[in-house]
Design a protein. Sequence first.
Length: 310
Amino acid sequence: MSGLGGFGALFDLKAAGYNDPILVAATDGVGTKLKIAIDTGIAGGVGIDLVAMCVNDLVCQGAEPLFFLDYFATGKLDVDHATEVIEGIAEGCKRAGCALIGGETAEMPDMYSDGDFDLAGFAVGAMERGRTLPDGVAEGDVLLGLASDGVHSNGYSLVRRIVEQSGLGWDAKSPYSDVTLGEDLLRPTRIYVKGAVDAIAEGDVLHGLAHITGGGLTENLPRMLPSGLGAVIDLESWSLPPVFQWLQGQGGIEDRELLKTFNCGIGMIAAVPADKVDRATQAFADDGHRVIVIGRVTAGEGVTFRGLIA
């Protein structure tokens, strides 16, 4: 509603088309992935990560992201570097269909060493009253996995230790791709918002969504399952992306730990009625996501993994 320079930012919720809205808020950061961005000087992607970590959480509640604010802190401001980060944040907002309406840039030389910086993000979304997710998750629902673009923004303390043990530098050619190791590990988090919002608008197409972040598949999928229900995941329904194959081999990580730490190639899981699988798949495919049937909701609590990690 207003221009830049005020002490706060205004947003007209009625003009956004809501009649009886519930507001939903989320805040997050990028974690130690920032250390790779600092070491390599490649900073634009972490701006997208910052937005993704917030808005992907919002949509799991059934909310459409409306606006985003960022906090950028550093020891001494490098304008070109900060511009790259903020442009990444703006690109993330564009992908999520939300407005970047404000933020804070802080110079704190006593807090940060030269070249260091930190990021935090805050997103607000809305949904009509009564449209909260998860809702209606039931035995027999199909679990659709939405492909990730790599490690996304979780597990980087372990990633950094494995890279250190490997003896490779960030500028070394990646052992499993055509770019440098640093560039590959800085691939930004996919934003699943537009496909999810499209499916939610259809009514009874999505019963639940789980953003696969810290805790991996093991701990995030149960967050959308009501008491008394569990899930069976077929690990052979998709192939483990090369980055995770390399991390697992280089770090000697057991399958159980891999599934608990990383997304393993699945960045979001949707619980969908069996007769709405085609419609949900189309909504996400139209937004550019690869969709894989990876399992079903079952009676009895807990997640069961069947087969071998492919």
